[in-house]
Design a protein around this ligand. Structure first.
Ligand code: SF4
Length: 546
């Protein structure tokens, strides 16, 4: 691991003997965990609380990052969950560290740290994590997590006192009743996902820099949350709504901090190029002599300053996500952007110095036909034709990188009812695209591991039995399919079954603030290939801005 630079403006671990000790665990490798802005934010936020010290832990190490301690030595072990399949890693990590992953076993034996879970990969459906975690935190951190941690300090880890928070789930208070594969009822208070009102005024930037992370010494700054477009598959959008953007004064302060440590910032957000103060942002970047790159570009964004930033920052690769190969399928997922707009947007990026295009597409969308798949290939050819002009002019050939991923049905999105394509169908589509795209020069094709996508899909809409099966599979090396079967669940059915309109979902144990009838209407609109408007002032259509 190369040298880690600590950003002084963050709150870092300063261990005092009487402190409550928390270990923030990222269930992945160090280089991936240190690339996670969520890990940076939460680590700094917890260390800002008096009487609390927070260390980090990654699974490729057997001791904590700063103190070199075992997990068992901490008062609280807090997992930051980004992906659903982290469920398996959480179980195996606890087991490896001598902490029983099964919550009820720990309760019987006593004397273990409090096991706490939070993060975007879990809070829209905590059900599969209920058999493991003592406490589950729902939603965003800013303005609420501090209060919860302070309560743990005051109460000495007494679970009951945390129940007063409307976004904190005390796992043992929930009971699931099943009827065959379906959930019949869930006993327990319905807690609610917390959406931070203070995000626009809050710092959320890198706290460490390292050459070994995915972003290579780039200082990350979160510009906005949510996305006004509301693509029907996108859980980051729905969990991030209502759309909020950081105040420009806070962004300026963050860029000033970044400038002390280097001259590169990465701007992050679900709809990052929708930031309304793009011109001011451009001027601030110039003032501090900082180069910026966008995590992805939205072709529906308007500001000409996006391209000025790309040019002056010498961003060589730009990422665009058409998601579907035909306009009609794109409108079906509520992505209201015609093909032409993508091409002109890519052309502008190339005019302003970009050399490579990274394109994201989904496969397995509702109603997707062979024509839609061919559309991906045809669009790629057009993107290449456009790029070729600039490559020739510059005497340097770049790359068109297609990243294709199976769509995953996620809770609290219109796709929560969707019966996904079986593995064989997904593989067939990948094979088709791989073959067709291999004939186009300068095109690189990658796709998500299908097995991993299916595991994520199963956990995403899973219940407590899925959690129990995952524990068994992770620690006793039992085949996951078999472990599910022993609990009356069919592996394939869990991701391919279209859900009934009114059936009880495992995630009905919580509420998101988004109305179910709105999501159902949006799901129906998918099949009618009908788009609906973006968020607008005065709208209360989904329930979040009532
Ligand atoms: S109520 Fe309307 S504006 Fe508010 S988040 Fe929902 S769709 Fe967007």
């Amino acid at each position: 691991m190369s040298e880690i630079i600590l950003i002084n403006e963050c709150n870092h671990l300063q261990l005092n003997p009487d402190d409550l000790t928390i270990c923030l665990v990222y269930p992945g490798e160090t280089r991936v965990g240190l690339s996670s802005l969520a890990v940076h934010r939460i680590y700094s936020l917890i260390n800002s609380i008096e009487g609390v010290s927070c260390d980090l832990f990654f699974i490729d190490s057997d001791s904590s990052f700063f103190l070199g301690r075992e997990l068992k030595e901490f008062d609280v072990v807090a997992f930051s969950i980004t992906y659903e399949d982290h469920l398996f890693t959480v179980a195996s990590t606890l087991h490896r560290e001598g902490i029983p992953p099964v919550r009820e076993e720990r309760e019987k034996e006593g004397n273990y740290p409090l096991i706490f879970g939070g993060g975007i990969g879990l809070f829209y459906n905590p059900a599969p994590f209920i058999p493991i975690f003592d406490v589950i935190y729902l939603g965003e951190a800013e303005g609420r997590l501090e209060e919860v941690i302070k309560e743990i300090v005051i109460s000495g880890g007494e679970l009951e006192t945390l129940d007063k928070f409307d976004n904190v789930v005390i796992s043992k208070k929930y009971q699931f009743f099943y009827n065959g594969e379906l959930v019949e009822k869930i006993d327990g208070e319905r807690k609610r996902i917390f959406r931070s009102p203070i995000f626009p005024k809050t710092f959320s930037h890198s706290c460490f820099l390292s050459g070994d992370t995915a972003f290579k010494d780039m200082f990350l700054i979160e510009l906005n949350r949510g996305c006004i477009e509301k693509c029907r598959f996108c859980v980051a959008t729905y969990m991030g709504l209502p759309f909020r953007e950081k105040e420009i004064e806070i962004v300026e302060r963050e860029i000033e901090i970044a400038s002390k440590y280097g001259n590169k910032v990465g701007l992050i957000g679900a709809g990052v190029t929708d930031y309304s103060k793009m011109e001011e942002l451009y001027r601030i970047l110039k003032k501090y002599n900082v180069k910026a790159s966008f995590s992805s570009l939205k072709a529906s964004s308007h500001s000409p300053y996006i391209f000025k930033i790309i040019e002056e920052s010498e961003q060589k690769t730009v990422t665009i996500a058409p998601e579907a190969g035909s306009e009609s399928l794109r409108y079906a997922i509520n992505k209201k952007v015609p093909d032409e707009k993508y091409f002109s947007f890519a052309e502008k990026a190339l005019q302003h110095g970009a050399e490579n295009l990274k394109l994201y597409f989904l496969i397995g969308l509702p109603g997707e036909s062979e024509e839609d798949l061919k559309g991906i290939v045809d669009m790629t050819k057009v993107f290449r034709e456009i790029a070729l002009k600039y490559w020739k002019e510059r005497g340097k050939t770049g790359e068109i990188h297609l990243s294709v991923n199976p769509v995953i049905a996620k809770p609290f999105t219109p796709f929560q009812w969707y019966g996904m394509n079986p593995k064989s169908e997904i593989e067939k589509r990948i094979k088709f695209l791989k073959k067709a795209l291999s004939k186009i020069p300068n095109v690189k094709f990658t796709h998500e591991n299908v097995k991993r996508a299916i595991l994520q899909a199963i956990v995403s809409r899973g219940d407590t039995r899925v959690g129990e099966a995952a524990i068994e599979s992770a620690i006793h090396r039992v085949n996951f399919r078999k472990a599910l079967k022993e609990r009356g669940l069919r592996f394939d059915n869990l991701y391919t079954r279209e859900r009934e309109k009114d059936e009880v979902f495992p995630w009905d144990m919580i509420e998101s603030g988004i109305r179910r009838d709105y999501l159902w209407r949006e799901y129906q609109n998918t099949f009618e290939r009908k788009s609906t408007p973006t968020c607008f002032p005065g709208c209360n259509v989904c329930g979040l801005c009532d």
